[in-house]
Design a protein around this ligand. Structure first.
Ligand code: NDP
Length: 295
């Protein structure tokens, strides 16, 4: 298949690398140097504009920070909308918002282009390994067409329901991730302050009922070691929690715990900046409490 991949960021790059192994790939990235370097490394073609990238494509995959960024690619002299052929399959792997997804899908449907929201979970390691979970929103026929393409980087590919439900699921998942990070920051610094060795605290937790993905998969490798790799920007996690909270408000539902977590993550983003990693709120809490979860 001829596939175009737009957005070679932290997760887009390894996803596109897996697509390149199976299909004829054209890539585009806002910072052109990154697309050129990627194309050289993975045997893909680097296009100079989004429109050139999608020309002749059977499938277009986008992975940008927000749905609005994807919508922005549709317009303008280099915009992709006019360049998409009738029958193109458009897979938006951005962790996006349902309202913008539905607006884009309605617009593209007039050109006989089928868009689904297909946000992913599993991190940059999961993208490299091809083990991502993909949460797809759209009609059943488009989902069936999307599955073989998404298998390039996805292991569990789930049809969540109609358009926007992939976005909704992803926003909830990441809100729970954020809650876990904040809860572990507060509770582990508390244990260290109380005199428990950080590694003993984490290992005991991970053999007990309070454990989570964050405590099992992230804290040992990234916090106890002091490695703090940058794989997913805190700004993007904050964006995801904002989407989840807006969904709940639209439904008229109160979510005081999640609202508070959203405020705290947003404060951490303001304090740490746009390039900080999503685990760095833990580092902030270490600073506040004069402790370090290391060892
Ligand atoms: P990054 O911030 O690392 O990369 C963003 C990418 O989008 C870059 O290629 C950037 O180009 C491009 N970009 C940013 N703004 C625009 C714009 N207005 N128009 C065109 N291109 C733009 O993000 P990630 O790759 O980490 O995340 C992408 C999406 O995937 C997000 O929705 C995120 O929430 C989600 N996600 C990320 C995961 C992760 O582990 N990183 C895990 C799961 C989901 P340039 O190179 O020029 O900056």
């Amino acid at each position: 298949m001829r596939i175009s991949f737009l957005g070679l960021g932290a997760i887009g790059r390894p996803m596109a690398a897996r697509v390149a192994k199976l299909h004829q790939l054209t890539v585009w990235n806002r910072t052109a140097d990154r697309a050129i370097a990627f194309a050289g490394e993975h045997g893909a073609v680097a296009a100079g504009t989004p429109r050139a990238a999608v020309s002749g494509a059977d499938v277009v995959i986008t992975c940008l920070p927000t749905s609005r960024d994807v919508e922005g690619l549709l317009d303008g002299p280099d915009g992709i909308e006019a360049g998409l052929a009738s029958g193109t399959l458009f897979l938006d792997c951005t962790s996006g918002d349902a309202a913008t997804t539905r607006r884009m899908a309605a617009r593209l449907a007039k050109r006989n282009v089928s868009l689904v929201d297909a946000p992913v979970s599993g991190g940059t390691n999961g993208a490299e390994a091809g083990t991502l979970t993909v949460m797809v929103g759209g009609d059943a026929a488009t989902f069936e067409r999307a599955v073989p393409v998404l298998q390039a980087f996805g292991k569990r590919i789930v049809h969540m329901g109609p358009l926007g439900t992939g976005d909704a699921m992803k926003a909830v998942n990441n809100t729970l991730l954020g809650v876990n990070i904040l809860a572990l920051a507060e509770s582990l610094t508390g244990l260290v302050k109380a005199g428990v060795h950080p590694r003993v605290a984490v290992e005991t937790l991970n053999a007990s009922s309070g454990r989570s993905f964050v405590s099992e998969a992230l804290i040992p490798d990234r916090v106890l070691t002091g490695a703090w790799p940058r794989t997913f920007r805190l700004a993007l996690l904050d964006k995801d929690v904002g989407i989840c909270l807006a969904q709940l408000r639209d439904l008229g539902l109160d979510a005081p715990l999640l609202e508070r977590a959203g405020e705290l993550l947003h404060q951490a983003r303001t304090a740490l900046g746009e390039d900080a990693d999503y685990l760095e709120p833990i580092r902030l809490q270490e600073g506040r409490t004069g402790t370090a979860i290391r060892g």
